[in-house]
Design a protein around this ligand. Structure first.
Ligand code: FPP
Length: 247
């Protein structure tokens, strides 16, 4: 893949891919068509991110709350994810992409878990972009699982309560070893995080884009990256003066 000479590229971009249903509605199509077009936008986003030199791209594919959708839609989304992994795994592997999955794996169906594990295992040694797929993911659930694991170690006397630091908590989350996102994009004009990477988002730049996800193109992504490059990040500090005043 050709890399692009873009300035100030975020190391980690996370995307809430919203608006598949509305994309379909405005065209008088079934919601399932919106999700299908959404998968095409996923392919384009991964390609664009890799070309731009982004290190990690996290995509919110299925939330722990999405199980409450009609059964036919849940089945459809599962089917799309399975097809994506079956069809695209070899291409992604060939492009040196490492796939990682975040979310609760404990109760996943036997037709999906082995596929996810295979995608992770097969691409484990890859060193280009890391594609992190959030599946059956909810941030509060992730934090609760991390807290339970730490509480277990404290109860067993393996960790002293004073050693429970932000770093330890980060290391127990599903995203252990993955740097916090620098930029979180949500498409479709909704302006909320919807239980996505709440802990990790502490200093992320947030960007809300009016396009529905299926319309999120390479140009939309590059435009978001250009806007990110113009943002000033202070991480709780103060602005660094570039001019000496009054001297
Ligand atoms: C939000 O649109 C989108 C989703 C709940 C699922 C996103 C999934 C995909 C793009 C396909 C599978 C993913 C991968 C990684 C291959 P919505 O249905 O909430 O839209 P609406 O808010 O307009 O109803």
């Amino acid at each position: 893949m050709t890399k692009h000479a873009l300035k100030n590229i975020p190391n980690h971009v996370a995307i809430i891919m919203d608006g598949n249903g509305r994309w379909a509605n405005v065209r008088g199509l079934p919601r399932s068509m919106g999700h299908r077009k959404g998968v095409e936008a996923v392919r384009e986003a991964v390609r664009t991110a890799a070309e731009a030199g982004i290190g990690y791209l996290t995509l919110f594919a299925f939330s722990s709350e999405n199980w409450s959708r009609p059964e036919s839609e849940v089945t459809d989304l599962m089917g799309l994810l399975k097809t994506f992994i079956r069809r695209d795994l070899e291409t992604l592997h060939g492009e040196n992409v490492r796939i990682r999955i975040i979310g609760d794996r404990s109760n996943l169906r036997s037709d999906i878990l082995p596929l996810l594990l295979e995608a992770e295992e097969r691409t484990r040694g890859n060193t280009s972009i890391q594609l992190v797929i959030a599946f059956n993911y909810g941030s509060r659930d992730e934090i609760a699982r991390a807290v339970r694991s730490i509480a277990g170690d404290v109860a067993a006397g393996q960790i002293h309560p004073a050693d429970v630091t932000p770093e330890l908590i980060s290391a127990r989350l599903d995203t252990a070893g993955i740097p916090d996102p620098d930029l979180i994009i949500r498409t479709s004009g909704e302006e909320r995080l919807s239980n996505f990477l709440l802990w990790q988002a502490a200093y992320a730049e947030l960007m809300f884009i009016p396009d529905f996800w299926p319309d999120f193109s390479r140009a939309s992504f590059l435009d978001a990256l250009a806007k990110f490059a113009g943002r000033e990040r202070r991480f709780g500090g103060v602005r660094t003066p570039t001019l000496a005043v009054g001297s």
